[in-house]
Ligand binder design. Structure first.
Ligand SMILES: [Zn+2]
Length: 162
């Protein structure tokens, strides 16, 4: 068997795994891009808040945060939540989770946090929900093949966690 043949055989054997990995990496890249977009939006809102505050100063008016900056603060809250959930999804794709007590990144299968010892709750139902959410966000460019890979990933996850 020539060297090239061997490479070909190995490539075929690992093909499925590689596709799965690539798919996860693409999802991670997409989520990271989304986080950056959210951060940019937040920066933009910070600028708007600064401008509003300065304009109030020029007009020698008082600023009522609850009233005058209600919309801006609500938007920042929303983008921050979006960032948090994207970070959580990235961790899931790496088979990791965040300890709710000390915020350490730990393996998804751990029942106790190795850092602080806090008991971890089963997050299996949430993982399923997250995969579904990802499917929805992928609707534009999801073909049948990709949908099947996601399905396989889901089955794989369930098998590993039975
Ligand atoms: Zn912990």
């Amino acid at each position: 068997m020539s060297c090239l043949d061997k490479i070909g055989k190995t490539a075929t054997n690992t093909c499925k795994v590689t596709v799965c990995k690539t798919n996860k990496m693409a999802k991670r890249a997409k989520l990271k891009m989304h986080i950056n977009e959210c951060k940019e939006e937040i920066e933009d809102i910070y600028n708007k808040i600064g401008k509003k505050v300065y304009e109030k100063h020029v007009r020698e008016e008082n600023i009522d945060i609850k009233q005058d900056l209600k919309e801006e603060c609500r938007k920042i809250d929303r983008y921050s939540k979006e960032i948090d959930s994207s970070i959580e999804r990235i961790l899931m794709l790496k088979d990791m989770k965040k300890c709710p007590n000390c915020f350490s990144e730990i393996m998804i299968q751990y029942n106790f946090c190795p850092n602080c010892g806090k008991k971890q709750y089963n997050i299996k139902p949430r993982e399923e929900k997250i995969i579904e959410q990802l499917d929805e966000t992928d609707i534009d460019d999801t073909n049948e093949k990709e949908a099947e890979i996601v399905k396989n990933e889901k089955e794989e996850f369930l098998e590993n966690n039975e």
